[in-house]
Design a protein around this ligand. Structure first.
Ligand code: FEO
Length: 161
């Protein structure tokens, strides 16, 4: 159970969805037949959709959580500044548009596996940090009522996507 009351916990709910998506692509990564062009393209298309959702999640966090926190606490750094999601999306686009032969597909698949694993190894701790470091800061710098409003906006924005 989350250590903070659900009505003011801004991270756990959206992260449940993000972690579910991580589980899905890890599963597909292990099952995709990269020699098969249809499988290859289908996996890349699902990765594009997933990472666009991750990007939207980050944008919502930036606008509705981190930006507000930075206004109250000037030492809060920009947690989403290294643009890994755009780099991953470029990698998927490259796979969809530039890979022509089975040989290229298999080489690309190796690179894709390494990059996805590296991304996942950063993304899961990133979410944990938001839940365990940023949520307590929010509790410190915002009133309970303010946080209830922030939570409502965060959930509404995720549901709009
Ligand atoms: Fe909630 Fe910054 O991922």
């Amino acid at each position: 159970m989350a250590p903070f009351p659900d009505e003011v916990d801004v991270f756990t709910g959206p992260h449940w969805r993000m972690k579910h998506l991580v589980g899905l692509y890890c599963d597909k990564l292990s099952k995709t037949n990269f020699s098969n062009n249809n499988d290859f393209r289908s996996f890349l298309q699902s990765l594009c959709a997933t990472f666009k959702e991750f990007k939207m999640h980050e944008q919502i966090e930036n606008e509705y959580i981190i930006g507000l926190l930075q206004q109250r606490c000037c030492t809060v750094y920009n947690v989403h500044s290294d643009n890994k999601l755009s780099e991953m999306l470029s990698l998927f686009e490259k796979g969809l548009h530039s890979i022509k032969s089975e040989y290229e597909q298999l080489n690309y698949a190796q690179q894709l596996k390494e990059r996805l694993e590296a991304f996942t190894q950063d993304f899961l701790p990133h979410m944990k940090e938001e839940e365990e470091v940023f949520q307590p800061m929010l509790m410190e710098y915002f009133t309970y009522e303010e946080l209830k409003d922030i939570k409502k906006q965060v959930i509404a924005q995720h549901c709009n996507q």
